[in-house]
Design a protein around this ligand. Structure first.
Ligand SMILES: [Zn+2]
Ligand SMILES: [Zn+2]
Length: 307
């Protein structure tokens, strides 16, 4: 028996609602992929410094609980227009090591070795360390060890719940997260992390704490560096040369003089915009996708009715 022609086979298959649904989903994915464009990456210099866009709090999938691999995070960082990230696995630095190895081979972004030390009642982010810091240590010793390794210590999402833990080390912190996705989900938390930042007097940090779902670089730190290197970034954080846009009103935080320069220029505020621009193709992809799912559901209903 001769096999039916490709066209005939296609017609036969597409004849059912189920098959049409699948084709619509394929079209949705194709259009969505075509419309997906990387965020522009700009080389910006302001006030005599090179300005790097960085996300210092990210989780990947190998030994931590994110859903992207460390190399996937490095690729996504490029895609999101970031110049640097720290990969901060919970109580481990292996993911960061793999991410850095990969990123060095594809020409960046800069990947700093990091770790999140998530204990109750404080979560400390270590950035720029070279070996895992024991999170069972008291917080003062955690931070001393981070500093001994040449890294910086950042207070993670310091809402009121975490204040008690940071109390003994307020003067030891190098940075404090002032933009974190929590503050968009729970606007009540924002005044708490603002209050904490006023008391800590550390560099303003914006971090996405991404675990895969949720966008890398959604909150980002603009770091004013002398050298566009890992060491240059750490030096700038210690000297508090950062600007962050955060909170429901996208207010500017950080070094007052650098904020003034950044605001006069306007590009950093634009880059910090947390909204995704939605194009006509994005909308088309959504409509095709919803249509495809609807047809699959309709097909299933018919199938059960016929049984
Ligand atoms: Zn945390
Ligand atoms: Zn985290």
């Amino acid at each position: 028996m001769r096999p039916p022609s490709l066209l005939r086979r296609f017609r036969l298959r597409a004849a059912t609602a189920g098959q049409a649904g699948i084709w619509l989903l394929v079209a949705a994915i194709t259009v969505g992929t075509l419309s997906d464009r990387p965020r522009p990456r700009q080389e910006i210099s302001l006030g005599g410094y090179r300005v790097l866009a960085a996300d210092f709090h990210t989780h990947s999938s190998t030994w931590s609980d994110g859903s992207l691999t460390p190399w996937g995070l490095a690729l996504d960082a490029r895609y999101q227009g970031l110049d640097a990230i720290a990969i901060t696995g919970h109580r481990q630095t292996q993911d960061a090591r793999w991410g850095r190895w990969f990123s060095e081979r594809i020409g960046g972004p800069i990947v700093l070795i990091g770790e999140e030390l998530p204990e109750i009642p404080q979560h400390v982010i270590a950035v720029g360390i070279h070996s895992t810091v024991d999170s069972a240590l008291p917080v003062r010793e955690q931070i001393a060890e981070i500093h001994r390794q040449g890294g910086v210590a950042i207070a993670a999402h310091p809402g009121e719940f975490f204040w008690k833990g940071f109390e003994p080390v307020m003067d030891q912190l190098d940075g404090t997260e002032i933009c974190h996705p929590y503050t968009f989900e729970y606007p009540d938390v924002h005044p708490e992390i603002e209050e904490f930042a006023r008391r800590a007097d550390a560099a303003a940090i914006g971090s996405s704490d991404t675990h895969g779902p949720g966008r890398l670089g959604m909150c980002r730190t603009f770091v004013f560096v002398r050298d566009a290197t890992a060491e240059g970034i750490l030096e700038a954080i210690r000297a508090k040369r950062t600007v962050v846009y955060g909170g429901p009103a996208m207010k500017a935080y950080g070094d007052p003089e650098l904020i003034r320069i950044a605001e006069a220029d306007g590009r950093l505020r634009q880059m910090a915009n947390i909204d995704y621009p939605v194009s006509v193709l994005d909308r088309l992809s959504q409509i095709l996708g919803i249509g495809g799912f609807a047809m699959l559901v309709a097909r299933r209903r018919e199938f059960y009715r016929a049984k």
